[in-house]
Design a protein around this ligand. Structure first.
Ligand SMILES: [Ca+2]
Length: 510
């Protein structure tokens, strides 16, 4: 029986630069994502609400900004009390499942803040094999926690490798993490070519299990909401053969800083370009300030890393293709809203930076974003309509005809999905609070400009994205840009006021 309500398939990567789709950047090959874009709409101006994992991932399921849902930084936990899109879709009769990376909870469990995604539970495979409880609205989960060969490997993924006959899976992963030793032989971190073969890779597992869940929902005659949550191309730069040699580093463009661009940059950005920067004044908690370190790098090594970064994405593209093929084979493609995106961007030389951190250039906060729904979204369309990841829960609930919890702060993208000329937003907001006060910034993106305010600092950033798309010329302190800065600051305040939720509807005069 074919239901009239659409299935919803969310496919995400982790830390993927916006300009890594082969359709527009021929140095990389992503034939399956190109196919998805040819059959759907490519959004050129999609933004994350925070450029780190946990905050933005929690926004993806709650439709709330990190400043509202509570998981404001890495190492925090999304409160279980926050309504999620899965809660609402389950209540509406959907089969809800998450396959792959969650990262809604922290690696260390405490009595006050217990975490399922923590040591030593990660490696208790029997616990995960027998796990049947809902998790943030997903009635079915199959999880892992490791990027590449990281020691956090375990959960359903490790159980799957064992079921596949790879009893020696531990040999392919690091085993020790600070005080949490597993008493197993230590493995040094691997570089570029992973000893783990493709048959046992995270991508293979996610595609296989996503397809199995599609089959489950079809057999149960229920519409599904499935999040296929890939881990790549998040570093470490590591991929099985032959993908590690697919790209020749000598033939790749290696981005770089523009000479002189840091003259008017905030001090933490300037410091990243010095050999031994002192970031102690930014360290309010004992926990790592991601990205606040020296970013100077060897260009040759960077090129070799980019080749593997691209290889990771081409391999992931193959397995995304397997999921899209399965939608076709099961006759579900026409009745499925597919969204492909990532949780945040990545630097590989842009502005002299590597990986991620409190830097809100387009490289870090703009995303690849494709939506396909035959008959509802025009095929092959492209749009500059601004969208935010916090819009997806609201949009999914509208597609399903399910009520939207008043807690959600996103915008319904439906009008923009049907017409690339329609804009549903005049701004996007990107937050970044990695320390309570010392690393706390907020960015307003408009169709033409970008303003970044640093908490309790006199400095900031202001870029004209039309005249200066590379974000080289910081206008924040320019006397000629004073009125512009004032009006954008006011617009940021309006945006904050407009996003204030109204949990209780007004039902009486007083
Ligand atoms: Ca991430």
């Amino acid at each position: 029986m074919k239901t009239s309500r659409p299935n919803i398939l969310l496919i995400t990567s982790d830390q993927q630069h916006w300009n890594t789709l082969g359709k527009h950047f021929p140095e990389i090959h992503t034939p399956n994502l190109d196919r998805l874009a040819d059959q759907g709409m490519l959004f050129r101006r999609a933004y994350c609400p925070n450029p780190t994992c946990t905050p933005t991932r929690a926004s993806l399921i709650t439709g709330q900004y990190p400043s509202r849902h509570g998981a404001w930084s890495l190492g925090t936990k999304l409160p279980e009390s926050v309504p999620t899109v899965g809660d609402s879709l389950h209540a509406a009769g959907y089969d809800t499942a998450l396959i792959g990376k969650a990262h809604f909870q922290q690696l260390v469990s405490t009595p006050e803040h217990p975490s399922l995604e923590s040591y030593p539970l990660l490696r208790d495979l029997d616990f995960w094999k027998n796990y049947t409880q809902p998790f943030y609205g997903f009635r079915h989960i199959e999880l892992a926690r490791n990027h590449g060969d990281e020691c956090h490997v375990g959960q359903h993924y490790a159980a799957w490798m064992e079921e596949k006959g790879l009893t020696t899976w531990r040999d392919h992963f690091q085993n020790h993490w600070g005080p949490h030793s597993f008493g197993e032989p230590d493995q040094p971190p691997q570089n570029h070519r992973w000893t783990l073969t493709e048959d046992y890779h995270l991508n293979t597992w996610i595609a296989e299990r996503t397809n199995a869940r599609i089959d489950h929902a079809v057999a149960a005659q229920k519409p599904f909401f499935i999040w296929a949550s890939f881990f790549d191309p998040h570093p470490p730069y590591l991929v099985p053969a032959p993908w590690d040699t697919m790209y020749d580093p000598a033939k790749l463009t290696v981005p770089a800083a523009t000479p002189g661009e840091f003259a008017k940059a905030p001090p933490h950005l300037q410091a990243t370009q010095t050999p031994k920067p002192d970031f102690t004044s930014y360290q309010e908690t004992p926990y790592t300030n991601h990205g606040l370190h020296c970013h100077l790098h060897d260009r040759g090594k960077l090129a070799a890393n980019i080749a593997v970064y691209y290889g990771m994405m081409s391999m992931m593209d193959k397995y995304i293709g397997r999921i899209l093929d399965h939608l076709d084979a099961t006759g579900q493609a026409d009745n499925t809203l597919v969204v492909f995106t990532t949780d945040h961007g990545h630097y590989y030389g842009h502005h002299g930076l590597i990986a991620k951190g409190p830097f809100h250039y387009e490289d870090g906060i703009k995303l690849p974003f494709i939506a396909r729904w035959p008959g509802h979204i025009p095929a092959g369309a492209e749009t500059d309509s601004l969208v935010s990841l916090i819009d997806l829960p609201v949009t999914f609930l509208h597609a399903a005809g399910a009520p939207v919890p008043p807690s959600m702060q996103g915008v319904d993208l439906t009008p923009a999905l049907s017409d690339p000329a329609v804009a549903v937003r005049d701004h996007a907001i990107c937050e970044h609070r990695h320390q309570p006060t010392a690393v706390h910034l907020k960015t307003l993106v408009t169709p033409t400009h970008k303003l970044t305010v640093y908490y309790n600092r006199e400095y900031g950033e202001l870029y004209d994205l039309v005249a200066d798309p590379s974000e080289i010329n910081n206008l924040w302190a320019e006397p000629s840009a004073r009125d512009l800065r004032e009006s954008l600051t006011r617009k940021l305040l309006y945006a904050e006021m407009g996003a204030e939720p109204m949990p209780m509807p007004r039902v009486s005069v007083a």
